[in-house]
Design a protein around this ligand. Structure first.
Ligand code: ADP
Ligand code: MG
Length: 436
């Protein structure tokens, strides 16, 4: 891309920084977004990973507006993860940036999470001894990622131990890439040299036979060497669908603890802590009000605080209960949308897993039967499950033409009408996509 384009992009970011008027938020969730390509109105932007994406999405509207202002067109964004780079290019993959806010100091302990917190501190202090593996589970937004990353901060600060915190999609992607590049030995060594292996949202490997097999061996290797393994999931091991029995039983060897919904007092303390971190001065009345209204997911509380900051700072509105209600409503409805948010990459990965292909084959121009049908199914699902435009889908599939996508959708629909087993296959694939 031309230099000019980068300059314009810098202007966009700068304007957003001014608008957001909160340098922490900006540094964490906007600054790392890189523009890598423009094709007509499609802007390809690179972000670190899918957990970053969740935090970045709320800002996408602002980003659109600023691009419109500076570049003069209304963009569609194609989001790619930088962790998808082939492993040779980024050897130092252990450095998945930890969120600086997710420390033990910033974690509020209450009855709902006391055990999980104590166990996390224990493994951070004495790895491989007490609880191995440590398995944390619980609903969305109850602090699993926070605790795991707190262990990461603690270990990095206090010791020279080698530690990797990895969202499990990342483990899967790395593994698939290493098979494709014939570098599984490198992949293996990276993981087996660790003193601590933390895999977040491990349920994501369920149903992926190859990855489970590899993880099984990695697990055994580390376990035998008394290295600490820490896993998180939305459910206890037994309840994770499509997770191999031998993994379930290993996950049960150590300590399994759950995080529950925090009680009122804990929620109040969390809101106080989070406001303090954001330099937001809220009266107790408002803090209690928010703690009453939002119970089951702390991430939503965070969304509300960010919403308050935006309304006070950007729009100069005065804070009152009506405004808080409005913000809460907005946070709930965007949470609903986000739940349904599925991207082409996820679809591609699941379809590939299902048919035993690698994404590059689907993106290639190969015209062999084993590839054509999965490719068409993936395109069809891309159309059905996301709001992505035909053009964007076409470009995610290796720069094909949008008519190819249209044709694929038509073809799959026709086939499904006649073929029950194809309908079942697609149902199964959809189920797996939804589980991710
Ligand atoms: P999970 O991984 O379980 O979905 P996260 O760890 O991402 O949840 O937590 C969601 C948000 O809630 C994070 O911003 C986290 O800092 C915050 N949070 C959750 N529990 C606590 C707690 N006990 N103290 C402080 N913050 C918390
Ligand atoms: Mg998490």
């Amino acid at each position: 891309m031309e230099k000019e384009v980068y300059k314009l992009w810098d202007i966009v970011l700068k304007n957003i920084e001014e608008r957001i008027n909160n340098s922490r938020t900006f540094d964490l969730w906007i600054k790392p977004v890189k523009l890598v390509d423009i094709n007509e109105n499609i802007m390809k932007v690179e972000i670190p990973n899918s957990s970053f994406e969740k935090n970045f999405l709320p800002y996408i509207e602002i980003l659109k507006e600023e691009v419109q202002k500076t570049f003069g067109f209304n963009p569609d964004f194609e989001i790619v993860y930088s962790i998808d780079l082939p492993s040779e290019i980024k050897e130092d993959f252990f450095e998945i940036p930890l969120n600086p806010e997710y420390t033990f100091e910033n974690f509020i302990v209450g009855p709902s999470n006391r055990l999980a917190h104590a166990a996390s501190v224990a493994v951070a202090q004495s790895p491989g001894v007490a609880y191995n593996p440590l398995f944390l589970y619980g609903g969305v937004g109850l602090g699993k990622t926070h605790l795991m990353q707190a262990i990461g901060h603690f270990v990095k600060e206090k010791s020279n131990a080698k530690i990797a915190y990895i969202p499990s999609e990342y483990f899967v992607n790395e593994f698939v890439t290493s098979i494709k590049n014939k570098t599984t030995h490198i992949f293996r060594n990276k993981f087996r040299n660790l003193d601590y292996l933390l895999i977040d949202d491990i349920h994501f490997i369920a149903g992926k036979e190859g990855t489970q097999e590899e993880f099984f061996h990695t697990f055994n290797f580390l376990y035998d060497k008394r290295k600490q393994i820490i896993l998180s999931s939305d459910k206890p091991p037994k309840e994770i669908k499509f997770l191999e029995k031998r993994l379930v039983s290993r996950f049960e060897w150590g300590l399994i603890v759950d995080l529950q919904i925090p009680d009122f007092e804990t929620r109040v303390a969390i809101i106080k802590k989070k406001s303090e971190l954001r330099k937001l001065n809220l009266s107790d009345e408002f803090i209690f009000y928010i703690a009453e209204k939002i119970k089951e997911n702390i991430r939503l509380i965070e969304g509300v605080l960010n919403g308050i900051i935006a309304n006070i700072n950007l729009l100069n509105r005065e804070l009152n209960k009506n405004l808080i209600d409005e913000i809460i409503e907005g946070v709930y409805s965007s949470e609903k949308k986000e739940k349904k948010y599925i991207n082409i990459k996820q679809i591609l990965n699941v379809v590939c897993e299902y048919f035993g292909l690698v994404p590059e084959e689907i993106k290639s121009k190969k015209r062999i039967k084993n590839v054509i049908l999965p490719r068409q199914i993936a395109m069809y699902l891309g159309r059905e499950l996301t709001n992505t435009s035909l053009n964007s889908i076409a470009s995610e599939f290796g720069g094909k033409d949008h008519t190819t996508v249209l044709h694929a959708c038509k073809k799959v629909k026709e086939l499904m009408e006649k073929d029950k087993s194809l309908r079942d296959t697609i149902e199964k694939i959809k189920e797996r996509i939804n589980e991710h």
